[in-house]
Design a protein around this ligand. Structure first.
Ligand code: MTE
Length: 318
């Protein structure tokens, strides 16, 4: 039998400082000019293997976004994911850990004043981070309620300086079949692609999400940055974004390219428009036995319905 002898310097786990206290202490040291030879707090954190944006969390909650149901249990949300790059099951936590999320560059290109690439850690420090409680409705008819941390996409649009000829924003996930085994399956139209109109991108609700439950996003939720549009089905909320392009034509999205009879560009939540294979009238609340009636635009109609005036001929709810 292997017997491990503990060297004098090694602390048992029970005596180690809990992570959140250690990180707050580090934040304190950072603030007190006690930095080692010109290193910054994120550099020290990165050198120690911690997320270099940890000091930004938890961000202040924006109290204007409230829920009609309890927040979903964190463990549950973190273990019931859709991330096809890492497999088709809901259990992708360990496979998704293989994705290196640093360094992480995001290309901003297409119809902009000047295309550029920006490191995620630089970008996030230029943006106004806040926490918001949002309902989240998957097209598969389950639902959760989540505290996301992020910044309004419109702040990034302003930074990108799109030309007036840009009509849509296209988002692409990374492409790396060496770490994402799902991407070796060639019948899928990788990389995962999504799109919004400029009006949708500039809507107050549209969030670029960098954190969840007061911490940086774990990989399975789409680290380091993903989209959230709470009035649309969850498949619009593309994870691990590596490229944002401003374009004139409506982008062909991942699910639309795969099965356009079932999934479209708009994907606005509507209880009265069934998926071809199941009803969308109600939703299973994750972590409870409760089925709730689904709400038009997932309950966010006041903020978004006006964007769809005059588009009644479109497949707005698929
Ligand atoms: N983004 C990428 N890159 N790959 C995916 O497979 N799945 C989508 C969306 N974003 C997906 C994605 C779907 S179908 C849903 S419901 C949500 O992510 C799930 O987000 P969650 O796992 O954080 O709950």
């Amino acid at each position: 039998m292997l017997i491990k002898r503990r060297p004098g310097w090694e602390l048992p786990e029970s005596q180690a400082t809990p992570e959140h206290i250690a990180m707050n202490r580090r934040a304190f040291l950072g603030g007190s000019a006690g930095l080692i030879a010109g290193s910054t707090l994120p550099q020290i954190a990165a050198a120690q293997g911690a997320d270099p944006t940890l000091d930004l969390y938890p961000a202040k909650r924006n109290a204007s976004y409230t829920l009609d149901r309890p927040v979903t249990d964190e463990e549950l949300a973190a273990n019931y994911n859709n991330f096809y790059e890492f497999g088709m099951s809901k259990d992708v936590v360990s496979a998704a850990k293989k994705l290196p999320t640093r360094p992480w560059n995001i290309a901003i290109d297409g119809m902009v004043e000047k295309p550029f690439e920006i490191g995620f850690d630089d970008l996030v420090r230029k943006m106004p981070l806040e926490e918001r409680l949002y309902r989240f409705r998957c097209v598969e008819s389950w639902a959760m309620a989540v505290p996301w941390t992020g910044f309004p996409l419109k702040a990034l649009v302003a930074l990108a300086q799109p030309l007036s000829s840009a009509k849509y924003v296209k988002f692409e996930t990374f492409l790396n079949p060496r770490v994402a085994s799902g991407q070796t399956q060639r019948w899928y139209p990788w990389p995962y692609t999504e799109g919004l109109t400029m009006a949708e991108a500039n809507n107050d609700l549209t969030l670029m999400v960098t954190g969840i439950y007061g911490k940086p996003l774990p990989n399975q939720h789409g680290a380091p940055v993903r989209l959230i549009t709470p009035w649309k089905y969850g498949f619009k909320s593309v994870k691990s974004i590596a490229r944002i392009s401003f374009v004139a034509e409506r982008p062909k999205t991942f699910w639309e390219a795969l099965q356009s009879s079932e999934y479209g560009f708009w994907a606005n939540v509507n209880p009265e428009v069934p998926h071809p294979r199941w009803s969308q009238a109600s939703e299973q609340v994750l972590g409870s036995r409760e089925r709730r009636p689904t709400l038009l635009f997932n309950g966010y109609g006041e903020q978004v319905a006006a964007m769809y005036k005059g588009l009644e001929g479109e497949r707005l709810y698929v």
